[in-house]
Design a protein around this ligand. Sequence first.
Ligand SMILES: [Zn+2]
Length: 59
Amino acid sequence: MNGYSADLAQVCGCKWAATGSSADEVVSKTKVHAKQTHQMNEVPAEIAQKLQAAIRPAM
Ligand SMILES: [Zn+2]
């Protein structure tokens, strides 16, 4: 399956990888994670930047 993943260890320090069929899906799943786990109603720009850098194609 082709898709994307982001290792959140590089983003928020969590031992969890967000995965999705598109980069947008990875971003939206990470936003849900940030809200539920870190009570971030809005993802700070710094975290969003780290997330963009962490997104990789998953083979
Ligand atoms: Zn986290």
